[in-house]
Design a protein around this ligand. Sequence first.
Ligand code: BMA
Length: 863
Amino acid sequence: MKHIFMKLKTAIIAVGLLSSGALFASVPLVKNLHEGWKFKQARLTNWYPATVPGVVHTDLLQNKIIEDPFFRLNERGLQWIDKEDWIYETHFTLTADMEQKENLDLVFEGLDTYADVYLNEVCVLKADNMFRRWSVPVKQHIKEGDNVLKVYFHSPVKVDAPKWDALPYHYPASNDQSENGGLLDKKISVFARKAGYHYGWDWGPRLVTSGIWRPVYIRAWSDSRIDDVFIEQKQVNASKAVIAGHVELSADKDINGALVTITDEATGKVLGKQQADLKKGTNQVTVDFTINKPKLWWSNGLGDPHLYRFRADVTADKELLDSKTERVGIRSLKVIHQPDKDGHTFYIELNGRPVFAKGANYIPCDNFLPRVTPEIYKKTILAASDVNMNMLRVWGGGIYENDFFYDLCDEHGIMVWQDFMFACSMYPAEGELLENIRQEAIDNVKRLRNHACIALWCGNNECQDAWLGWGWRGEIEKQNKAYVDKIWAQYLQQYHVTLPEVVKEYAPETFYWPSSPFAFEGEVSGTTDGDRHYWSVWHGKVPISDYDKEKSRFFSEYGFQSFPEFESVKRYAPDPEDWDIRSEVMMSHQRGGEHANGLIETYLLNEYKKPRDFQAFLYMNHVLQGDAIKTAIESHRRQMPYNMGTLFWQHNDCWPVASWASRDYYGRWKAQHYYARKAFEDILISPILEGDDLKVYAVSDRMKGTSGKLQLQVCRFDGTVVHDWNKSVSVLANDSRACFSAPLAELLKDTARGEVYVRVVYTDKSGKVYDNNYYLGKQKEMNYPKVNLTTDVRPIQGGYEVTVAADKFARAVFISIADNESVYSDNYFDIQPKGHVKVQVMTQLPIEEFNKSLKLTCLNNEF
Ligand code: BMA
């Protein structure tokens, strides 16, 4: 069977060659080493089957040695794992074709983290950075027949704790939950080049993994192979793209007269070629070419994210030595950071056009990274593009994501703000560690630089603000000023010298930003320059309405917490005794602790009413969170062009937990995500009370101006209309301005604010309808009547269509069914008086069970 497959592969290569004109195939061969692995605790004797790629926690789980780490309090009992060493081992044999090649490389796409690799008992690699890719020449160690590959993982705790002990001062790392790991105050995460969130975060458990977390393979090649292709877009506009295709080649001997070509795979057209004499070692060959009238890559909402496929071939004596295809979106993407009358701008300019960034901050989708399947990645990126986002920020406490993540972002027009992996900590960045960081940066900048989605590289998350503004510097200064000088010098070297040097050298067209948030070197961030993390609503306890006042040039973070919904809570906390936000289990799945629980409660009581029970609390918490973030997004968009971005914290969770996430660990959308979809639409119609006047802003992200009909009504909750206003309005391209303004008193005509809501409906000339409901006070001040909801259920392909009708205005109607996998076309929606809303629910449940478990909740009836 294997033999047939090999033959088939050779045949496919041969066909490829005919079309490229070369006569013989001598391309590299690859064998994945993912089979036959076993693992054991280093100091014990029992071996167990292992999965590669994988990590030790999931292998222990699969072998039933531990229980689900995410269930109830299980995380606590698993803290021994990171204090042990682990050994992984497999055997493999190479085919004769591979053995005959001149060069055999053992390649690990990722080793987490302190790993000694032995091939046939010879140590061939000592790895110390989970973010790097390791490639080792191993021809001399490979045997004919059976080979043994062993990876010895040193406990990251045992490796790094002595480094902490040896220092007279300590690097701050506020999210490292060392106490939960049994390490008291030893925050050792700063020493390891390993995902920060593994050590715990204010939304994440402490589960410090080890393992072969990305693919491992043997690559066999002779003569020459392509190491890397960089499609440098030197100049792009609608009429032409000037491109330099930099092809990096390894050669095992001098090869005269090699030919490097770049071909457009869609048309078969050779775009450019370059002859080169290759020298033994690493060679750089540049193939220049121009594309006239390129199909440009656009972000979601602005156009088609067109992708080209460029194939680089290297041939010598008509023999194809290697090929590599890159998918490339041609675009000019700049961050415009320049002085203006208010300070400094900070916005994306895509193909010459300013783009308002709409999106969220992204963390890894699981604590156990190899569990993130392509399906989960697809769901995650679709959950961005489906809600009209055009940007995700890959936050610095996680990982440089898998290629597939960026492929999806390319395909769906999601621009990526890419942090380097440093967050909320100071790092001992000098000597070997700094060099390690430089190599990590080179690996990842090179790996990701062809992705159209990469909008910028950012040095770290919050490290400068934390040092200057969170009291860290002052604390250390109390011990010794020399320590402060040392840490700051390391900081400047890392983020203002080393990392920007790497970006400049390896991705010269890409913008580098030293930290997020950032305005100026050595100063805390602000409202007039650069980007801002706005946390006064939430951490700072100010009212939600402050979102309407706060300004920034680019809001790269802000957020509001909620628990997962009840159906999700039941999966990790199934016992009724757990169903209290202060139960031991719920507290363990609330890493913001009592501070965060208290904030949810205080905001809830301030803005809403006291929920009658746990389930009602979860529901109201969702509405509260959704309303808060809707308020923020609308305010940020109204501020355009002063402000040009809004990325809420956070798009996803890595385990089931109370957090700022918009979608829970299981992928269920919270109210916030549905509300974001509407608030991120290409046109936003946003009412707002400014002083005594009610204004309505029309905000457009469209490329072209448009016009339509705007209706504004002040309605009582029973449907009677207090004020009705209609007008044709023009909505300009890429613009925000008020299209209606009137004294509120005139509109209310003596009706109390709590008796009405403001309804705006804009019908665009294209026919598309944009609507919004606005309240003239806090939700608890709205005198919502009890409402009668009726449903009508009709089977459709893959589920049911539920029509929900209401006799009066119904606020935040939530449909839930007892089904883990259900997907809703809409939820937490308002229904107009005597109106109805149709919702498609995708589920496998049979109709009787569906009807039985269908539950409707509505804010009116909870108050
Ligand atoms: C931000 C982030 C995270 C954190 C979040 C919530 O500032 O950068 O570090 O999880 O706040 O506190």
